[in-house]
Design a protein around this ligand. Sequence first.
Ligand SMILES: Nc1ncnc2c1ncn2[C@@H]1O[C@H](COP(=O)(O)OP(=O)(O)O)[C@@H](O)[C@H]1O
Ligand SMILES: [Mg+2]
Length: 471
Amino acid sequence: MPEGAQPARRPEGRNRLLPRASRSLRLQLLAWVVLPLAGLAAVNLWTSRNGAFATADLVTDRMLIGSARAIAEQVSMIDGVLDATVPPAAIEMFDTGDRDSVYYRVETADGRLLTGYPDLPAAKGRAGSDTTYRGQALRLRSYSHPIFGAGTASPIVVTVGVTLSGHDAMARQLWFRAFAQQLALVLIAGLFVLVGLRRGLAPLLKLRDAVRSRGRTELAPFSVPEAQSEIRPLIDALNVYMERVRAQMAAQRRFVANAAHQLRTPLALLSTQAAYARREAGADARDEALAALQKSSGRLARLAEQLLTLSRAEPGSRRPREDRIDLTEAARGVLESLAPVAVSRRTDLGLEADGPAMVTGDGTMLREMIVNLVDNALRYGRAGGKVTVAVSAIGNEAVLTVADDGPGIPPEERARVFERFYRVAGAVEEGSGLGLAIVREVADNAGGSVRLSDGPAGGLTVEVRLPIARG
Ligand SMILES: Nc1ncnc2c1ncn2[C@@H]1O[C@H](COP(=O)(O)OP(=O)(O)O)[C@@H](O)[C@H]1O
Ligand SMILES: [Mg+2]
């Protein structure tokens, strides 16, 4: 990203469709904990409502039976006549401040009304029952009580009914208490989730701040000692990545320094040669100086070209190309273009191939790779010697070998010659030390490998293996 550029604010692709809230971890977890809990609480609330009403029913029924029993116990035979006097306590026990009306009726077994409301219906069954009386909902309960010596009038039946204000108030109160408890439970759970998340996410936020506040060149590893085991791998991965960036930057710095150094020496030479040419008076001597100058500038141009090729071969510098390339054809082209060099060194340059060997990659770079290999073989091989380029398809690999019969490279140097600017000590031929670095870079990019070995004729054999293109 160029300096000063803002990161894209709007998320790309699928995420853009998601509402902002659902991308918050905090809200997501809160929703996952609190919503199901609230659902459970709602179900529980419904059952507790039924429970509250059942309890109120039970309590009301107990009071009704108590009241009926108190009334029945006051009924007695006085001078052979049944006397029913209702004790005030039997009515007052319903006076709970809810202004309920109480109705009662006392009748004999043979259906004679002793006292109370004649039209009050009898309760059905042994438990309390609900009915409507004078336009009001009523809970009723009947109680039968034997009276000694009352004959067919015994047992008497006492029915007591009460309106439902007190009953409903009690049920509501019980229910409300349950409601308040559950609401508190859900709220407390939500609060704990938030507090837990705040504490849990703290290391992650700390890491974010640490990453954000970093300068562009500050590449020390991040350290968040309090990070949990789930976050630790992220930090480790980040640090591995930072290490890679650091190595990359160091390599880049070395490369620029090396390149500058490589350019400086021939430029100084060029300047000296130019000064020398100017000083020369004789036409021949001047011509000679100018020829030397031309040679130096050619060498310099070649160095610049190699630098450019290497930078192009680096991954990410060009759009990756997936050309289908016939390696045999490419090698033939390179051999044709280098034939004059071979002739000037009296080298027998030949190609051995059974047929096409198709690979995928960047055509220009693959040709550049072959140029560098053949150029090395011609340059470092024996003058008047033999250089053989062979292309073959073995299994699912295309194998290109360039073999010469020169001095070769000592085994202990073979790993190092691939390094940028590295040249085997004492090399008399001119060069930059970039050729084999380019070869390796190109082979890597095409998914292949390079190997150096002793040639059958004592020289060096370079073997490049690339995957065969399918189809
Ligand atoms: N075919 C070869 N025979 C002997 N030595 C070689 C051969 N190819 C490369 N080398 C050695 O490897 C070194 C690195 O080669 P290279 O990366 O192509 O750089 P350059 O050719 O510019 O020196 C060369 O300096 C040379 O000493
Ligand atoms: Mg070279």
